[in-house]
Design a protein around this ligand. Structure first.
Ligand SMILES: [Zn+2]
Length: 339
């Protein structure tokens, strides 16, 4: 393959520990494990963000079981270059590089990374896929595992509810891998827990097992649905690149905004209108989008006496007190889906 590596078995990585395995990879790599029936396949994606090793670990554990499958199983190891930057698994993207989960479904790809993903996308979308699982983790601590889906049709939601206690619908136009594959089959991002923790690693292994059972790769069932919460109508917020934000208990007037240091505690919880968010003299430090469409931040936040408040009740997610994340992928506000 031109811009990614492709192997029709996993012998390269069998018996290797995670460091040895990662060092054997050079760039985005797709592995195929041939099943008995080649007319169907599932894809498991890992390390699309280099700092999220739980899926890669679940993949290595799985291949070392030496199982044979009833149909084809593909494993993707995404941002190999970012994952390899020392210390291993510390970098989401390569410095100044693209976010590998924001450059799918690009009409006119440009540059090495977009062209690579476009080539991968073309190949992946030519496969007879019946299910896609993209394993991730997040920076925040104390937040429940959760799934993202593009579609909340009954079939997709039925599966997602077995994987995680929360399911969140993302908007098309983000450029996520599951946007490309949802056109073919039910596709899930599962956020397994905090980056590089035993809890996230264990959850990724469990979800992989459930995914395989639900899609018939393994015998058995994933058990009863876990989900009680489905969130929709996503808006993405990012701190403007030129603005400086800090997270502190008291206002820092040298910054464009001071945000609550406990913002992570709001993730996946229902937050009421009027909730205090921090201090700012203007809303200019924030940008907002629904999918690819820019929307007005003033529809979501307001300022009174130099303080920033939430305008409507909502459910935040992926908030963390980190300027790089706040600018690069930002945070999200959702609404609870009424049953
Ligand atoms: Zn991720």
């Amino acid at each position: 393959m031109g811009s990614f590596d492709y192997f029709e078995d996993v012998s390269l990585l069998e018996g290797k520990d995670e460091t040895e395995a990662l060092n054997l990879l050079k760039r985005p790599t797709l592995f195929k494990v041939n099943g008995q029936d080649n007319s169907r396949a599932v894809l498991v994606s890992t390390l699309i963000h280099g700092s999220e090793p739980c899926g890669f670990r679940a993949f290595l554990e799985e291949i070392n079981r030496g199982r044979s499958y009833p149909f084809d199983v593909y494993f993707l190891v995404g941002n190999v270059a970012a994952a390899k930057i020392a210390p291993q698994f510390s970098h989401r993207n390569i410095p100044d590089g693209r976010n590998f989960n924001r450059i799918w479904c690009v009409d006119a790809p440009e540059g090495e990374e977009e062209l690579c993903i476009a080539e991968l996308e073309k190949f992946i979308c030519s496969l007879p896929l019946i299910g896609v699982l993209d394993l991730h983790s997040f920076m925040a601590k104390g937040v429940s595992p959760h799934s993202f889906v593009v579609s909340i049709d009954d079939e997709t939601l039925g599966y997602a509810k077995k994987f995680t206690p929360y399911v969140l619908k993302i908007e098309a136009g983000m450029g996520a891998l599951i946007e490309a594959t949802s056109k073919l089959c039910p596709s899930f991002v599962v956020e397994c827990g905090t980056h590089n923790t035993p809890e996230a690693d264990a959850f990724a292994g469990e979800v992989l097992d459930k995914f395989f059972k639900e899609f018939g790769v393994l015998d058995g069932s994933a058990g009863e649905p876990l989900t009680q919460y489905v969130y929709v109508n996503m808006t993405n917020f990012k701190v403007a690149p030129s603005k400086r934000v800090v997270w502190a208990e008291e206002e820092d007037t040298s910054a464009d905004a001071t945000l609550r240091p406990d913002c992570e505690s709001l993730n996946l919880s229902k937050v009421e209108a009027g909730e205090f968010w921090g201090w700012a003299s203007s809303l200019d430090f924030l940008k907002a989008w629904k999918g690819k469409t820019a929307v007005d931040v003033a529809d979501y936040f307001y300022i009174e006496d130099g303080k920033l408040y939430l305008k409507h009740s909502c459910v935040p997610n992926l908030m963390s007190a980190n300027e790089f994340i706040a600018k690069e992928s930002g945070f999200y506000l959702f609404e609870k889906k009424e049953a």
